[in-house]
Design a protein. Structure first.
Length: 39
């Protein structure tokens, strides 16, 4: 079992999840802006 590789994978997953959450936030904000423009 190679510890550094496992750590890197775990970090990669955490980064991926953070990125997904961030993207979701950005989408919500963009949606709000779009709705404000339409109104």
């Amino acid at each position: 079992m190679n510890l550094p590789i496992i750590c890197a994978e775990t970090l990669g997953e955490e980064q991926h999840n953070l990125a997904k959450e961030l993207l979701e936030e950005v989408r919500k904000e963009l949606q709000k802006v779009k709705e404000e423009i339409i109104e």
